[in-house]
Design a protein around this ligand. Structure first.
Ligand code: IP8
Length: 265
């Protein structure tokens, strides 16, 4: 097997995140797929997609974060799962255009959680697809939950568990901004870019993100990501970078001093 790179295509990058009905950014995904095609010559690649506007607004509308009881919530569960599958199919179509043999693995059909905590799944399947020369594409999804009925499984959580069974040399979270800032750089021009996050500055940075839960996101956006990384990613090179920047993936692999937040715990 070649060395593995795990790439998260963030929901705010591949969809118009504030569109309540879901809108896909096909040209961005095609360009990234073409970049992944080049990287795939030398590295195995697993892609994990965020749900963006195909998952978060509906999961919020039907209050699915802490389970489902009512018939209305079950309808909502189906709707989210189907929307996420639609998004995944559109991502796959762009990967096909880029001549990548991608394969879709949607967690609602094989993963479960217990009170919102990932109960795991057999990662051998992912490994087998990699060994057979495919690019597996997973996604944040709604899954059944043994305590609550259902819960949200974030793509970030999937990545942290993938790392436990497949050792990756790099994890790259592609978002719509250059990395982590002291505030949302799209709203605050004075937000300061944070190039490195380590054990030394983690608690200070964590405190910057207490306000984010008010946004249209059920998995905590940046702070959700940072907590997952802190708990489970020790020893792996992790970057949060801007997926709109042409060539960003190749730059992160072959250059130093690329503008992105590097996280090492
Ligand atoms: O966008 C969330 O996944 P994420 C999944 O990776 C749903 O956090 C269904 C909202």
């Amino acid at each position: 097997m070649k060395k593995l790179i795990i790439i998260k295509l963030g929901g705010s990058l591949i969809t118009y995140k504030d569109n309540p009905h879901g809108r896909f950014r096909s040209s961005v995904v095609l360009r990234l797929a073409q970049e992944i095609k080049k990287i795939n010559k030398n590295f195995d690649v697993v892609v994990v997609c965020g749900a963006g506007s195909y998952g978060h607004p509906l999961a919020k509308k039907y209050s699915l974060k802490f389970g489902m009881e009512t018939a209305e919530q079950k309808k909502g569960f189906s709707k989210v799962v189907n929307k996420v599958a639609n998004l995944n199919a559109m991502v796959l179509a762009q990967f096909e255009k880029a001549d990548i043999n991608a394969i879709s693995l949607l967690p609602h059909s094989f993963a479960t959680q217990e009170a919102g905590t990932f109960a795991g799944f057999d990662f051998t399947l992912v490994k087998n697809y990699l060994e057979s020369g495919f690019v597996p594409i997973l996604s944040g999804d709604m899954v059944l939950d043994s305590k609550w009925g259902c819960s949200v499984l974030s793509g970030d959580t999937i990545i942290s568990y993938l790392l436990e069974s497949l050792s990756a040399i790099k994890v790259v979270f592609l978002s719509d901004v250059d990395g982590v800032f002291t505030n949302d750089p799209k709203k605050d021009k004075k937000a300061v870019f944070i190039p490195n996050i380590t054990n030394k500055n983690f608690s200070e940075i964590k405190n910057l993100f207490t306000q984010e839960s008010a946004r249209n996101d059920v998995t905590g956006e940046m702070i959700g990501k940072l907590k997952e990384i802190k708990e489970r990613f020790s020893g792996t090179e992790v970057y949060i970078a801007n997926g709109y920047k042409r060539g960003i993936l190749n730059d992160l692999i072959s250059k130093t001093g690329v503008r992105a937040t590097k996280i090492s715990f």
